[in-house]
Design a protein around this ligand. Structure first.
Ligand SMILES: [Zn+2]
Length: 119
């Protein structure tokens, strides 16, 4: 499979079979996604060093800004008030927070630990 589908399906960057997350998380229940320390199939360690996922915050920031712009571009045809628009964007950013958390970590893992480094 391509790296793109492996990122979407949250598969291990080394073997492409093991799942990276064991829990998807739910922002409405204040549950964060749960991540395995090692791949259950090949044993690959996902967090290569302490603070490895610090950089994924930049990916998350870019994702969130892109989603906010997308929500704004669609909602501007329906919502005319400033407060309404800000509220809608805030609601979407909270609802998409766990999705962004997982996707940004997957993009980060594949950027520095992807299949091209497979031995
Ligand atoms: Zn693996």
């Amino acid at each position: 499979m391509s790296q793109f589908t492996d990122i979407i399906e949250e598969k291990c960057p080394k073997c492409g079979r093991g799942k990276v997350f064991y829990k998807k998380g739910n922002p409405l229940l204040f549950q964060m996604p749960g991540m395995h320390d090692n791949c259950r199939v090949c044993g690959h360690k996902f967090e290569r060093e302490p603070g490895y996922f610090f950089g994924s915050m930049y990916v998350s920031y870019a994702l969130t800004v892109a989603e906010m712009i997308a929500v704004f571009l669609v909602a501007q045809f329906f919502i005319k008030s400033y407060i309404g628009m800000i509220s809608l964007i805030a609601v979407f950013s909270v609802l998409l927070s766990t999705f962004n958390f997982r996707l940004s970590r997957m993009v980060w893992i594949y950027m520095f630990d992807g299949k091209k480094n497979r031995s």
